[in-house]
Design a protein. Structure first.
Length: 351
C-alpha cells in the first residue's frame, strides 16, 4: 500500500524460524466481550489479528482470484522488487465511483469486497468499544466524521517471479514497513504468506491461515495520528513484509482505511494528508537511500544505528534487530530515513 515507513531488515533465508501464529477471532463464535479482550491484546502487542470463519463464498472467490489475476494485469502498475520479482498493482479509492476492477476479476473482487465490508464493520465496533467513538472522530472542514464514515483505498497486488531471480534468498520481495493508513485489511496468501514483527520484535506468521480469513494490521494513522497522547490504548503499527518469491505468482487484495486528506483529529490540527505524506513519495519502491559504503563501516556484530554510528547488535537476536531510542521511537538507519530520530544517543539495537 502507498506511503509507509520502511524497516528494511535482512533475515537469513526468510525462513522465520521460531515465529508464532497470528492470533485470530472466529466470527462464527463471535461474542463481543471475549473478542474485545483478544482484539485489544493483539493490537497493543502484535499490531494485528486475523478474522476467520468468513464462509465458502469468500474462500471460493479468493481461490478464483488467485487463479485469474496473474493473467489479468494489462493496466496494472508494475514495480521491480528487491528479490528480482515484480509487483503489479491495480488501485481504487472508495470515493471513485467510476473506476472499476477489470472484468476478468471483477466478480471475485466484488465478493471479497463485500466480505471486507463485513469485517470492516466488525473492526469499527471493536475499535469503538476499545477507544471510544469520539476518540476516533475527525473534523473535515466543519463536519465531524466518525470511523464508519471514513473512505478506504483498495489495492490488488500480483507478485510474479522476474526473468532473473537472484540465487540468494536474503532479501524479501517487499521489505518490512508500516502503512500510514489507519489500518489494513488483506487477504491471506498461500505462497509467501505475510510476516509481521511484534512490539517485542518477535516474528509472527500468517502461514497457518485458511482461505476463509482476513488479516487486520494496525497502521500509523491509528497508532500515531488520530489518537491523543492519553488514549486508553496504545495500538502498535506492526512492521510487515513479503518473503522472497519462490513460486510463479502471489495474489492478495488489500484495503487501507484512510481519512479525508484535509481532516484533523479532535486533539490536533495535523491533517491526515500531512501525516500520510510523511514518508518518501517513492514509497512504492522502498530502496535503500544511503550508500552501501555506510554499511561496510561497521565491525562484525555491529550495524549502523542513528545515522553514521555503528552499535553492537545483541547476541541471540541478530535475525530481528530494530534500532530504537529509550522511548521506543525508531532511530534513523540506512533503511529508516523518515519519521525517525537522527541524533539521539539513547538509540540502540534491540530485539
Amino acid at each position: 500500500m502507498k506511503m509507509f515507513q520502511v524497516f528494511f531488515l535482512l533475515f537469513p533465508l526468510l525462513g522465520w524460524a521460531g515465529s508464532v501464529p497470528l492470533p485470530a477471532i472466529d466470527i462464527t463464535n463471535f461474542k463481543l466481550d471475549k473478542s474485545l479482550d483478544i482484539f485489544i491484546e493483539a493490537i497493543e502487542n502484535v499490531g494485528g489479528i486475523a478474522f476467520t470463519g468468513l464462509g465458502g463464498e469468500y474462500s471460493d472467490a479468493l481461490a478464483s482470484l488467485r487463479r485469474n489475476a496473474p493473467s489479468c494485469t494489462d493496466d496494472f502498475h508494475e514495480m521491480s522488487l528487491e528479490d528480482g520479482s515484480v509487483r503489479l498493482t491495480f488501485g481504487k479509492d472508495s470515493t471513485d465511483a467510476e473506476k472499476e476492477f477489470p472484468n476478468c476479476i471483477r466478480r471475485d473482487v466484488d465478493v471479497i469486497t463485500n466480505t471486507f465490508d463485513s469485517v470492516d464493520s466488525l473492526v469499527t465496533k471493536l475499535l469503538t468499544n476499545a477507544l471510544g467513538k469520539e476518540t476516533l472522530a475527525v473534523m473535515n472542514n466543519t463536519n465531524k466524521l466518525y470511523l464508519e464514515e471514513f473512505p478506504f483505498r483498495s489495492h490488488l497486488h500480483v507478485y510474479k517471479t522476474g526473468d532473473s531471480m537472484p540465487s540468494s534468498l536474503l532479501r524479501p520481495s517487499y521489505p518490512f514497513h508500516t502503512d500510514n493508513g489507519l489500518y489494513l485489511l488483506v487477504t491471506p496468501a498461500v505462497t509467501q504468506p505475510l510476516v509481521m514483527t511484534t512490539r517485542q520484535g518477535h516474528h509472527v506468521s500468517t502461514g497457518h491461515l485458511q482461505s476463509d480469513s482476513v488479516i487486520f494490521i494496525v497502521g500509523g494513522g491509528l497508532s500515531s495520528w488520530i489518537l491523543p497522547a492519553l488514549a486508553p490504548l496504545a495500538p502498535f503499527a506492526a512492521p510487515h513484509a513479503v518473503p522472497t518469491l519462490s513460486f510463479p505468482s502471489r495474489t492478495v487484495l488489500a484495503r487501507m482505511k484512510i481519512a479525508p486528506l484535509s481532516s484533523t483529529p479532535l486533539h490536533t490540527q495535523t491533517t491526515f494528508e500531512s501525516h500520510f505524506s510523511s514518508s518518501q513519495e517513492a514509497s512504492l519502491c522502498p530502496l535503500s537511500t544511503w550508500a552501501a559504503a555506510h554499511r561496510s563501516m561497521c565491525a562484525e556484530g555491529e550495524a549502523m544505528c542513528w545515522m553514521d554510528t555503528c552499535l553492537p547488535v545483541p547476541e541471540g537476536c541478530t535475525a530481528s534487530p530494530v534500532c530504537v531510542n529509550d522511548v521506543l521511537e525508531p532511530c534513523c538507519t540506512p533503511d529508516v530515513t523518515d519519521d525517525c530520530v537522527a541524533h539521539d544517543e539513547s538509540c540502540n539495537w534491540t530485539c
